[in-house]
Design a protein around this ligand. Sequence first.
Ligand code: GDP
Length: 534
Amino acid sequence: MHDLTPNRPALPPEIARRRTFAIISHPDAGKTTLTEKFLLYGGAIQMAGQVRAKGEARRTRSDFMQMEKDRGISVSASAMSFDFKTFRFNLVDTPGHSDFSEDTYRTLTAVDAAVMVIDGAKGVESQTQKLFEVCRLRDLPILTFCNKMDRESRDTFDIIDEIQENLAIDVTPASWPIGVGRDFMGCYDLLRDRLELMDRADRNKVAESIEINGLDDPKLVEHVPAHLLAQLKEEVEMARELLPALDPQSVLEGHMTPIWFGSAINSFGVKELMDGIGTYGPEPQPQKASPREILPEETKVSGFVFKVQANMDPKHRDRVAFVRLASGHFKRGMKLLHVRSKKPMAISNPVLFLASDRELAEEAWVGDIIGIPNHGQLRIGDTLTEGESLRVTGIPSFAPELLQTVRAADPMKAKHLEKALMQFAEEGAAKVFKPSIGSGFIVGVVGALQFEVLASRIEMEYGLPVRFEPSQFTSARWVSGDKQAIDKFVNSNKQHIAHDHDGDIVYLTRLQWDIDRIERDYPELKLTATKEMM
Ligand code: GDP
């Protein structure tokens, strides 16, 4: 086993023990199952985002969950904290479906590492690849779990080769499977020279560990049938010759991923993976910000909003901003500077979410995720500090690729609809444009499924049936620049002008030609497909 010298020796122990990570995977690879096992071993202490409200509210929430279930997608990201050995894990959940990638991308700005789950029979699938690319942009350390080894799976070398080739990352085996499919009996732990045997009879039983003194230990014969043992020895010898050895520094830099083989549903390989997260995790990392980077060992508190969720409890029309702490030791009641508005904010009721109810967070450390209820002041990308004017950078915004008009089925309810839409816009769930001429709103999203989710949320959370219809526009551009030039531009393009939820001016069109023409005719204006998130 490699001993890691911590890469940030100045970190106080409370911070150094934190591991904040996300799971990336293709739908169906086993993320949910693995999460459940993490919680089982970890003894979940807090869960954010999965509020199970009572009575009426519960029905609403679970209906929504039903939709997630029916479609096999999970729509809302959430954060869960649990202790494992000496570590505090913060698992930030990411929605799995590609239509929710905006949310997912932003979530990945709030973690220090990612666990990539792949299905042993399928290898690297499209969604995994996409998410991996996002992790790569940030050089996030990635730990790999090859799941479903209890089923017929592909050859171990094939799986490793595919990851290396498709994702251009070095792969080093942390464990090696013994037998495939029905014959799969467990793994040889290459980091600790241990035999881990799976119990097929009891899915929740932790695997039996047998200390082994290397692959020539005669004890192996007592546990592994001769033909499987011969194969194991041969494969491990080959693996050690052909595959790179584990280099913790390279893992930290995102150039190498250790891979564990297991079966989440059988609780197998999960503990080894958790040990791996603890060892190679890493601890909270510096946060890119302007005008300077924020270091986790700084004593002053800072944090940033990476997600806003409205109506988590439909009884209260509030929003919760999910904040990742980037530095300092946060205590409830602190006054922090909301850098964008330059206004102080007393954070008197920050929440962590217990499995069933909201609970006040008395304190939090770097790496932790806290929820701050608010009435819309906190937006995605906002930074909170103890006074310094810092802005966390690198939180992506995406160009809306699909536009549709939305109308309330009951025209008398237009005002309600506006309110609902504004809330979703602030959550970052969609872009909302109010055309300066005509009625109705235009909604812009990245993936088509988002329209359906929005329609169902507006109906459930606001009791407002709505219709989405094709819009005459297909592209949106934010317009910025000199005020006079903007006024002139707006006056002569009224049919194409709309305002977003912040009141900023947006140009809508269906022709790229229009955009080119404006760029030519109004060189003093800037047209952008995305809006900075701050
Ligand atoms: P997610 O879509 O990635 O969250 O995947 P789930 O955790 O919901 O798992 C998808 C399906 O695979 C479910 O039917 C699980 O029961 C099943 N599954 C998960 N882990 C394993 C495993 O280790 N072995 C087998 N055979 N099935 C598994």
